[in-house]
Design a protein around this ligand. Sequence first.
Ligand code: DGL
Length: 270
Amino acid sequence: MNSGSGPIGIFDSGIGGLTVASSVHELLPREALLYYGDTLHMPYGEKGRKSIEQYSLRIAEHLLEQGAKVLVMACNSASATASEAVRKLAGDSVPVIDVIDPAVGAVAEMKQDIRVGVIGTKATIRSEVYPDRISALLPAAQVKCLETPLLAPIVEEGLADGPISREVLRHYLGHSALQDIDCLILACTHYPLLQKEIEVYYQGRVEVLDSAGLTAQAVQEALKKTGSAHPGEERTAHRFLISEHTDAFANSAQRFFGRDIQLEEARLRV
Ligand code: DGL
């Protein structure tokens, strides 16, 4: 088990995982974060299972080498396709938290016959992980899924607010597959950046659920359980690694964590 002073390792294909990182930072301000954004291979959602697994394993390995005491797979596409492989790699050494179980757990607290909509990347939706896990807990629930592959690139390009995202959201959310739902799961960590536009679309008719805050709580519980919460007040600085510099990543990281953060380019051989 890694010591409490090690960082919390978090990864995603790009900026989406920053929504999770920022919730973890808010809930656990004494913990240092070690973030990896695989901008070189973004979007994961368009890749096959094998490639996503390969990227995820390589990143997980790197974060562990850097002393991460917990691994947070802050990407639904990776969580849906590679969490088993990453858990196997980590073994008993560190807990691995994905972003799917926390959202499914929250839905399981809702009414038995809830009608749930799920939007996510092709990789996430085609894995059928959400309908499988939700119906295992709530057999009477209806789960309606839709691939929304344009959304993550729109967010990654910094176009989350404005006419382009509004139009694309109108196209997706108006789709027949998503009608008559009580709750919509944002099954991609890029999508909380579209939450405002999504809520404007629904005008309170549908509960919009994202997993950033819930995942942060799962991290807190895992640290408690393993006795590896940061022991003191002083922590080392957060570190942000990327496989290739992009202005979009730099801008978003600064928006979430302040102007003075440094990005480090760390290209991993896969
Ligand atoms: N943020 C990632 C997710 O949660 C996906 C974006 C991508 O396709 O790379 O699925």
